[in-house]
Ligand binder design. Structure first.
Ligand SMILES: Cc1cc2nc3c(=O)[nH]c(=O)nc-3n(C[C@H](O)[C@H](O)[C@H](O)COP(=O)(O)OP(=O)(O)OC[C@H]3O[C@@H](n4cnc5c(N)ncnc54)[C@H](O)[C@@H]3O)c2cc1C
Length: 465
């Protein structure tokens, strides 16, 4: 049977883009369907890039406050959000330019319209002006991303109560903000707004935020957040939140606590975006977690349909989505794939940054009965002292003999970049000694690896008879 395309990719976020480019590079005839008029998905327009642009400015504001106390620096009361993400347009323009060029260069046909399945090989595309088109392909990749989960008791109105897709549409920086949730998005925005001088209260039902991270890291994060003036309310269950009809939001918890704030951000997770996609026409259904299930090759239960990115669930990162997209295409067209990464780093762009790869101390103890851990505080590192980046820590988690590296945890500025040194060591099953035998540039924060490794080796020596 002949089809219009070898491969159709639905969605132009990180997963879809890399899937389409991989297909075209392998000589496939590829169409990329995107319902928005711009390419790039949540990552570019509502998530990763806008939030990191705001973060960059929040960091500047925080540093100005810390370094220019004589100037008594304060943001103006009516600071417009637009001024805080002023570089966003330039960043997006540059990104859009690069993306379009890449897509054109690879001769990928871009079709703007909303896709829905007719059957396993055919898609109905509804275009902006109402025209419709039916396209067919041998293989189809679903990369339609996710959207914010809206709990029934939180009436998000995008004016007083926001979600993670709408928070940056606030016109003015509020005086106070309640953040519901303790996950990555909640922690990032809570600390970013607090650094901007907003009074932030973060509420979650769990005892600590970012519960999947090593406890040392989350303790440091909560400490830094409260030190900036933020309030962390763990083990609080929110019963309701509502606009008070005047100028703010009232949040009520089951233990009787009531929090008033000018605005609220509901960051209660994200769910697969398959609305209107009619996946049932292709023989697919959502799993019990509201996601599309795939096997290790990213293949759905319909053999010629693959899925990648947020639509298949955690870790729901742009970084992993890209690789899943690339792999989905390789699997669809039978290309040889390299070894799949066994360790995925997590990067949380809070203030401070947090990043981890491999086993946490708790996980290492569960797996091996014990663990040897080495820490290096940035204040001990020359670069930390020179750059005023003293509030940070790098932690190496090793096996009970203190020889094999099992995990790396970092909190502090530069954490999301520094982690890759540890990631490469883990991928190569390197012993912890590699950090002592290697020569690091001086002065760098990377030197913390050496200091932490020496701490591990010291304990190893003491532990041996
Ligand atoms: C606030 C925030 C901060 C984040 N920060 C980070 C970070 O720092 N680092 C990181 O790695 N990740 C981060 N993420 C996560 C990252 O943005 C997502 O993991 C990533 O965007 C998922 O990529 P995707 O390709 O699966 O989907 P998306 O980027 O969501 O793209 C899906 C695309 O599909 C299109 N689409 C949907 N349905 C249809 C249809 N029926 N027809 C045609 N097109 C359709 C959509 O319009 C969209 O363009 C963040 C997310 C948020 C919300």
């Amino acid at each position: 049977m002949s089809y219009d395309y070898d491969l159709i990719v639905i969605g132009s976020g990180p997963a879809g883009q890399k899937a389409a480019v991989q297909g075209a590079k392998a000589g496939q005839k590829v169409a990329l369907v995107e319902r928005d008029k711009v390419l790039g998905g949540a990552c570019v327009h509502r998530g990763t890039i806008p939030s990191k642009t705001l973060r960059e400015n929040a960091l500047r504001v925080k540093n100005m406050r810390a370094n220019a106390s004589l100037a008594n620096f304060q943001l103006a009361e009516d600071t417009e959000m637009a001024t805080l993400i002023d570089r966003l347009d330039q960043v997006l323009l540059a990104h859009d330019h690069y993306m379009r060029k890449q897509i054109e260069r690879n001769k990928i046909e871009t079709i703007h319209g909303r896709a829905k399945f007719v059957d396993a090989h055919q898609l109905h595309i509804a275009k902006v002006r109402g025209e419709a088109q039916t396209l067919s392909a041998e293989n189809i990749i679903i990369a339609t991303g996710s959207f914010p989960r809206k709990p029934d008791n939180i009436p998000v109105d995008h004016e007083y109560l926001f979600d993670s897709d709408s928070i940056l549409s606030m016109l003015y920086l509020p005086k106070s903000l309640t953040v519901l949730g303790g996950g990555v998005i909640a922690s990032e925005y809570a600390s970013i707004f607090q650094a901007l001088g907003v009074k932030v209260t973060m509420i979650d039902k769990y005892p600590r935020p970012l519960g999947f991270l090593d406890q040392d890291l989350t303790d440091k994060f909560v400490h830094a957040f409260t030190d900036m003036g933020g309030t962390w309310l763990g083990e609080h269950t929110v019963v309701s939140a509502r606009f008070d009809g005047l100028a703010g939001v009232i949040t009520e918890c089951s233990n009787g606590a009531t929090i008033r704030s000018e605005k609220l951000l509901c960051a209660a997770g994200r769910i697969a975006n398959v609305k209107d996609l009619c996946i049932e026409n292709a023989g697919l259904a959502l799993n019990e977690r509201g996601l599309i299930s795939v096997d290790q090759n990213l293949r759905t239960s319909t053999p010629n349909i693959f899925a990648a990115g947020d639509v298949i669930g955690p870790p729901s990162l742009a970084s992993t989505s890209m690789e899943q997209g690339r792999r989905a295409t390789c699997n669809a067209i039978g290309l040889n794939l390299g070894r799949i990464a066994s360790v995925i780093p997590s990067g949380i762009y809070g203030i401070p940054e947090l990043s981890a790869v491999g086993l946490t101390e708790q996980q290492a103890i569960e797996a091996n009965g014990a663990a040897i851990v080495g820490r290096a505080n940035f204040e001990e590192i020359a670069r930390g002292q020179i750059s005023g980046i003293q509030d940070g820590m790098l932690k190496l988690v090793c096996d009970p003999q203190g020889e094999q590296l099992l995990g790396v945890m970092i909190v502090g500025e530069g954490a999301t970049e520094l982690i890759h040194i540890g990631q490469m060591a883990l991928l190569n099953d390197a012993p912890v000694d590699i950090f002592v035998e290697s020569i690091f540039n001086f002065p760098t924060l990377a030197e913390a690896y050496r200091v932490a490794a020496l701490a591990v080796i010291g304990q190893r020596k003491r532990a041996k008879p």
